[in-house]
Write a protein that binds this ligand. Structure first.
Ligand code: SF4
Length: 193
């Protein structure tokens, strides 16, 4: 769908320069999705792996973040191996609703209520990032935290439009449950993509 060099705005790697590769296609259907234009896979022109990697090589950063859409709707073997060959650390941002593929160094799992993550992806998550939309999401977050590995980083992130309302709840929750950290969509504050 698009690719661009920017600074990771959210999650464990907030503040790190990274080349974002946004793949078209998503069948999860979150009503608050902020990239709904990514949903239809056929709307976006295809590029070769070589073209995508050449785009990434134009910049000095060597972190590549594959996102979407739901990037695991595609087999990522060829793209991730080509990125690795060219010295990139490969990160993925996924709902976990499709099987993992490719060589991935960092799995950011952001499960969604609309399509459950697969157990195999949950076990591989390096970071569990739960979007908090309302109070009941804390219980839902804990249900997922119980299924990831022990060293998985746990993050709660306010849904952007609900920030004012849920932020105080998240702050209280993290103070009481310090195994969780807060993730903010800092790119929206910085006005960068
Ligand atoms: S999984 Fe991501 S891209 Fe897909 S609908 Fe949800 S927020 Fe949008």
């Amino acid at each position: 769908m698009e690719a661009f060099y920017t600074v990771q705005g959210e999650g464990f790697y907030t503040g790190h320069a990274a080349y974002f590769i946004r793949l078209g296609g998503c069948d999860v259907g979150c009503f608050w999705c902020d990239v709904k234009e990514s949903w239809e896979v056929d709307k976006h022109p295809q590029q070769t792996v070589e073209q995508i990697v050449a785009g990434a090589m134009e910049y000095p950063g060597r972190k590549a973040v594959i996102t979407g859409g739901e990037p695991l709707m595609h087999n990522l073997d060829a793209l991730t191996f080509a990125l690795k060959e060219n010295g990139f650390s490969v990160h993925i941002e996924t709902s976990g609703a499709h099987p993992l593929s490719g060589h991935i160094d960092w799995v950011c799992l952001s499960p969604k209520k609309f399509k459950a993550p697969l157990p195999e992806v949950m076990k591989k998550a390096d970071e569990l990032k739960v979007v908090v939309y309302n109070k009941s999401d804390f219980r839902w977050a804990e249900e997922h935290a119980a299924q990831v590995s022990e060293d998985c980083h746990l993050l709660l992130q306010p849904e952007w439009s609900k920030q004012q309302e849920v932020m105080p709840l998240i702050v209280d929750y993290v103070k009481q449950n310090p195994q969780w950290n807060i993730s903010l969509q800092t790119h929206k504050f910085m006005d960068i993509p």
